[in-house]
Design a protein around this ligand. Structure first.
Ligand SMILES: Nc1ncnc2c1ncn2[C@@H]1O[C@H](COP(=O)(O)OP(=O)(O)OP(=O)(O)O)[C@@H](O)[C@H]1O
Ligand SMILES: [Mg+2]
Length: 500
């Protein structure tokens, strides 16, 4: 490493309520370098970045920019030092327009103080165009899909001529083509001398885009070096303390009766002529790009959307599902995507977030059974390695990935015959991902019919007996999991091959 990096964090220490979460952490970032910051959920990545971004103050240690010590007393000072921060928690304000979000706190004004609305809109469009996004700058953010909210966060960081951009899981809810545009942009930034600290649990991304890595484990640096010299397996080992197999996890299985059958299901503008069935014991995957209609299709099956034509049969009985309550009664459960937005109750404790569910199983005679609740919590805490020192603290004190684990655990407990998981491992580290897959597989082995929706082909390849690929609202290919390849799946998902 060179003697004078652009940015250095030196011997950083931090505790919350007496629990030390960063121990003697040193991190050096050179000019024009993309630096991967890696580690399990709760390892301390976001906390370290919050210290660099002036959100938290370290208990000990120093930050150096071009060799000079800088005290990042608040986010503004960090910004003035040329640091932009794309937060893991989306910070966009739903009740503001896109351009208002972009310029929040740095509005453009004329000499006499009027807002330069048109100029801000023009700039917003220009930056979004670089990311390949076409949205009206005057649209309210609340009307946009989560992936756009993430793109607005990214665009915001590009507004200021930053020297260092912190990206804390920027691709969590982006589709493939959005990710590749972001990567193009990152390469351009890097070539113009901008440094990037990149946090992601998608190790393939790390290999593709990053130059250098640093791994945190329980708040300590356990390894750093050039990405080129490492394979992903050794980095995984550093992160979680063991290798993770890339092999298919699901074994062939004897399937029982058809539990769910869908015939000619269509909903105008969303999906068309959908036919499939799932049997007892089967895990069926649906994959494709954003906008392929799979989320909407299964929202219909769960009663969130009323307008569809065609047949849904459960246990060979024709059913009409107009409301989630009917779906649950008919034996269908859905774990929604974007759980951060939809499923977490921020000011409730960790343990209550896990047990409270409108269709949960902990409630008996109107009150929650404390003991059962605690036992279940303990079970999943160990199983999914949920990092929490005290389960009665509010859930927003947990790291992003640990919040996800709590919510997934809640849904794994829902006892319905047909389970639909939309994007089950978003934001979850490689070790816990494997545990979640195993759990889903054991649900199938117990005789449930499982459907997994995922934008990641490797995920469906690992856990599904059968895979359907969707493109523009239609099923364009059906594979046996053991026979499919990532390339084949992608060629149907992108529309370059068709015909199911
Ligand atoms: N404001 C806070 N109060 C108390 N504890 C906190 C607070 N912020 C973070 N922590 C704790 O610090 C530890 C590190 O969390 P951090 O968010 O840095 O993890 P992370 O590496 O970013 O994980 P993830 O991959 O899940 O995002 C966790 O145990 C978390 O519960
Ligand atoms: Mg984090």
């Amino acid at each position: 490493m060179s003697i004078n990096p652009f940015m250095m964090m030196n011997n950083i220490e931090k505790s919350f309520n007496g629990v030390q979460v960063l121990k003697n952490v040193t991190l050096q970032v050179q000019e024009g370098e993309i630096h991967a910051l890696l580690g399990e959920n709760g390892a301390g990545k976001s906390t370290l970045m919050n210290i660099l971004g002036g959100v938290h103050q370290p208990d000990n240690g120093s930050i150096h920019i071009h060799g000079n010590v800088v005290k990042m007393a608040n986010p503004r000072i960090s910004m003035e030092q040329g640091i932009s921060f794309i937060h893991q928690e989306l910070n966009v304000v739903a009740d503001l327009k896109v351009y208002e979000n972009m310029f929040l706190g740095s509005e453009l004004r004329s000499k006499i103080g009027f807002l330069k609305v048109e100029e801000m809109c023009k700039k917003t469009s220009e930056i979004l165009a670089k990311l390949g996004v076409e949205i009206n700058p005057k649209e309210y953010v609340r009307n946009l899909d989560t992936s756009y909210k993430q793109l607005i966060e990214i665009a915001k960081s590009l507004l200021h001529n930053s020297k260092l951009i912190i990206m804390d899981e920027p691709t969590a809810s982006l589709a493939e083509h959005e990710v590749s545009r972001l990567f193009e942009l990152m390469k351009n930034l890097k070539n113009s001398g901008v440094s990037i600290i990149y946090i992601s649990h998608k190790l393939k991304e790390i290999k593709e885009i990053c130059d250098v890595y640093t791994v945190l484990r329980d708040g300590e640096v356990v390894g750093t070096g050039s990405i080129k010299n490492e394979n992903l397996d050794s980095i995984t080992k550093l992160m979680v303390g063991k290798s993770i197999s890339e092999d298919r996890l699901v074994k062939s299985n004897k399937f029982g009766n058809v539990l769910l059958e869908v015939n000619n299901l269509s909903s105008q503008g969303l999906y068309k002529d959908i036919n499939f069935s799932v049997r007892k014991g089967e895990i069926l995957g649906f994959t494709g790009l954003a906008g392929d209609g799979r989320t909407e299709l299964f929202e219909s099956l769960f009663g969130y959307r009323k307008k569809y034509t065609g047949e849904i049969k459960i246990n060979n009985q024709l059913v009409k599902i107009d409301h989630p309550r009917q779906a649950v009664k008919a034996g269908v459960g859905l774990v929604p995507k974007d759980r951060k937005e939809n499923a977490i109750i921020k000011d409730l404790s960790v343990i209550h977030n896990m047990s409270l569910s409108s269709i949960g199983s902990f409630e008996k005679n109107g009150f929650i059974q404390d003991k059962v609740e605690k036992e279940k919590f303990q079970y999943y805490k160990e199983k999914l390695n949920i990092k929490v020192h005290n389960p009665t603290i509010t859930i927003d004190k947990l790291s992003g990935g640990n919040q996800q684990k709590v919510i997934i655990a809640k849904w794994l407990e829902v006892d319905t015959d047909i389970m639909i998981f939309d994007n089950p491992t978003q934001g979850i580290d490689v070790g816990a991902k494997q545990e979640i897959y195993q759990h889903i597989i054991s649900l199938a082995e117990q005789g449930k019919a499982i459907i997994i929706l995922s934008s990641e082909a490797p995920e469906v390849l690992k856990v599904c007996h059968n895979i359907n690929v969707m493109y523009q609202g239609e099923i364009t290919a059906r594979f046996k999991g053991a026979e499919a390849t990532e390339d084949e799946i992608m060629s149907y998902a992108t529309g370059s091959k068709r015909g199911a």
